[in-house]
Ligand binder design. Structure first.
Ligand code: BES
Ligand code: MN
Ligand code: ZN
Length: 460
């Protein structure tokens, strides 16, 4: 079923002319004089992002002119035409001139209309788009649905989405696709040797857990996704200041990204053996909270001194990565809202990624650009590993004050040995301001690019 905002070509629709400041003069000349004159009177000149509703002779809507970026790919946003789904009056429209990237324009059309409506109703208008030529409506619909579902998870506050809620969302997705699902909860984490997941999550009234589901043929290439599922990050006893804590319901953005990617993979029935691991915890404060200076055992047998309880994500991921690594998969992909340092380095819209596999890195960079899901490679700079030295244990969970995203990546790297490849994404999971296709609030980063990469590598 295509998305409800997509229309078929035989539905009546209004034309949208996508123009640039260069092409507008010619296109304007082809319009009826009244529409032309009205656009001129409005001062419409085809400026990128601006639009003009064009009247017909009876004052009804004749069509729409919308300015898109020029030819400099580095400075143009393929999502820009999608902005129209939030600007236009209710109705059905078609691109009369082809969008530079029809698939991404369509996707942005759908993604841009998202609003988080769990706690208050919004008047939603149905601004629909005729599926442009060459766009795979099924695929775009699956991608949009996956992203929207995961945005809802990121946006939902922790009083309604604790570690148990993350588990319920994962279970619902797994069940829908016939995946086999388990969850190890509370003290069972100790019995089954996940000491760091337990230590980080034990202070919460909602017990910590490791969510684990598997889908696909056993002999297919093994792809394992690991997502940081911190339902809320107070910082633990090394408590965060109020401003830093305010948005920490999004600290399960890695888990949301893995679920979105898993949803895309399973909807497309990619011939892979998919495993999803989500350590889901709340980093809370209580008398039984883990402490600075504690030394924790880990699943892999590496002892870890706690330099800071706010560096909790890498602890829970380490136990999950160790488990992932035990079956030597072809690829481990982890997603985590891991460090503030990644934001200092690259800002909120450009998540860094880390891998030793240069071919994988090149593929990731290429698909990131192609899908408008941008990322930037940073180095696993092994000389910084000494920042993680501990006086009393095998490792400390924090490095020095500089290069914090790199040292966090190096920490994770120690827990992966047998997998053929591993990539770690340090994501932000949030749009600070609305942009085309990217409404302010919870966001899914990297999943679309990894889906495109896996489709290219393994797709039929
Ligand atoms: N979840 C945070 C990182 C974070 C903060 C991601 C803001 C996105 C936006 C993580 O658990 C954390 O607190 N990291 C610390 C690590 C430090 C204590 C070594 C940080 O980045 O300050
Ligand atoms: Mn933290
Ligand atoms: Zn965190």
């Amino acid at each position: 079923m295509p998305h409800p905002l997509l229309a078929s070509a035989n539905e009546a629709s209004k034309p949208i002319w996508l123009v640039t400041e260069q092409t507008w003069t010619e296109i304007a000349g082809s319009l009826p004089p009244l529409a032309q004159g009205f656009a001129k009177a409005q001062g419409f000149a085809g400026k990128a992002g601006s639009h003009c509703l064009l009247p017909d002779a009876s004052g009804e809507l004749f069509g729409v002119a919308f300015g898109i970026n020029g030819t400099d790919a580095r400075q143009s946003d393929p999502f820009l035409p999608g902005k129209l789904s939030t600007l236009l009056p209710e109705g059905v429209y078609r691109f009369e001139t082809e969008a530079p990237n029809p698939t991404l324009a369509t996707l942005a059309w759908l993604l841009g209309t998202y609003s988080f409506s769990r706690y208050r109703k919004r008047n939603e208008k149905a601004v629909r788009l005729v599926i442009p030529h060459g766009v795979d409506a099924e695929d775009v619909t699956h991608i949009a649905n996956a992203i929207v579902a995961s945005r809802d998870l990121v946006n939902t506050p922790t009083n309604d989405l604790g570690p148990d809620g993350i588990e319920a969302a994962a279970r619902e997705l797994a069940d829908r696709h016939g995946a086999s699902f388990t969850s190890i909860v509370g003290d069972d984490l100790l019995k089954q040797n996940f000491p760091m997941i337990h230590a980080v999550g034990r202070a919460s009234i909602t017990p910590p857990r490791l969510i684990d589901f598997t889908w696909g043929k056993a002999d297919a290439p093994r792809i394992t996704l690991v997502g940081k599922g911190v339902a809320f990050d107070t910082g633990g006893l090394d408590i965060k200041p109020a401003a830093s804590m305010l948005l920490m319901r999004k600290d399960m953005g890695g888990a949301a990204a893995t679920l979105a990617l898993a949803s895309m993979i399973m909807d497309a029935k990619l011939p892979v053996r998919l495993r999803v691991l989500i350590p889901a915890v709340e980093n809370a404060i209580s008398s039984n909270a883990f402490r600075p200076g504690d030394i924790l055992p880990s699943r892999k047998g590496i002892s870890v001194e706690i330099g800071n309880t706010d560096a909790e994500g890498r602890l829970i991921l380490a136990d999950a990565l160790a488990l992932a690594d035990e079956e030597s998969p072809d690829l481990i992909v982890d997603f985590a809202t891991l460090t503030g340092a990644a934001r200092v380095a690259l800002g909120p819209e450009l998540p860094p990624f880390y891998t030793d596999d240069d071919a994988l890195a090149a593929d990731i960079a290429r698909h990131g650009t192609a899908e408008n899901d941008p990322v930037w490679r940073l180095p696993l700079w092994y000389p910084y590993q000494s920042q993680l030295d501990s006086k009393f244990a095998d490792m400390n969970n924090t490095g020095g004050p500089m290069g914090g995203s790199i040292t966090a990546a190096l920490f994770l790297r120690r827990f992966v040995e047998a997998a053929k490849a591993h990539v770690h994404f340090d994501i932000f999971a949030w749009n600070n301001a609305t942009k085309p296709g990217r409404p302010e609030g919870g966001e899914v980063q990297v999943s679309r690019l990894m889906y495109a990469l896996l489709k290219e590598r393994y797709g039929a």
